[in-house]
Design a protein around this ligand. Sequence first.
Ligand SMILES: [Zn+2]
Length: 236
Amino acid sequence: MNRFLDYLSSIFNLLFPESCISCNKLGDLFCPLCQESIKFSLNNKNILLKREKNAFNDTSIKIYYSTDYQKIKKILHSIKFDHKKEMIQFWSKSKGLKNAIDSLTKSISGPILTTIVPSHKNRLEKRGYNIVLDIYSEHIIDLQKNNKYINFNPNFFTRIKDTKPLFVLDKKNRYIQLNNAFSITAKNKNSKNKNMTLIIFDDICTTGQTLIELKKMTKNLNFKQVIAFSLAYQSL
Ligand SMILES: [Zn+2]
């Protein structure tokens, strides 16, 4: 039976060959040349919430990012909107991404708690997978194995409001959408965070408002610092 299915799928591939999402060349969904053209490094940017006149510490966040947004736009689009879940492997198995995360965590002294920007359960149910979790979890679990001071709690934050996709909104409406969108459970609030750095992982950072909103929620939780890591940074 399996052989028969293999046979059918090879006929299907002959009739409808895959083409590269980036350069359209027939053969692979994401061809080796396009894969190689994506370079990883560790960069950072300080993002301020411009809406507020006095930018105190909790209205800005330092964001680390690993690659150029224009280069990865099509891959992300294929995962998010064309349901090409297999494309997540480009990152979950990426040595370049792993190295960028490694050098960030190595530059931090003291214990580190890692988490992700949460998705609402309706969105996860609809899509069937959690992109941010699937991109990073293998890398973070790997890090944990080698460093007992690194912890991973993907459910540190909860998204309690099923917000519209932010990319369809302008800055002002993003802010309204994000208002009271998240929560932290009592258990997570009571965890001992003294001297601890919180790293929030995300896929793409644009205005940074989601991350700043999350950082604000940690205000009284005694973290030494709250920073973010995203694949890329895209300015609007
Ligand atoms: Zn290509």
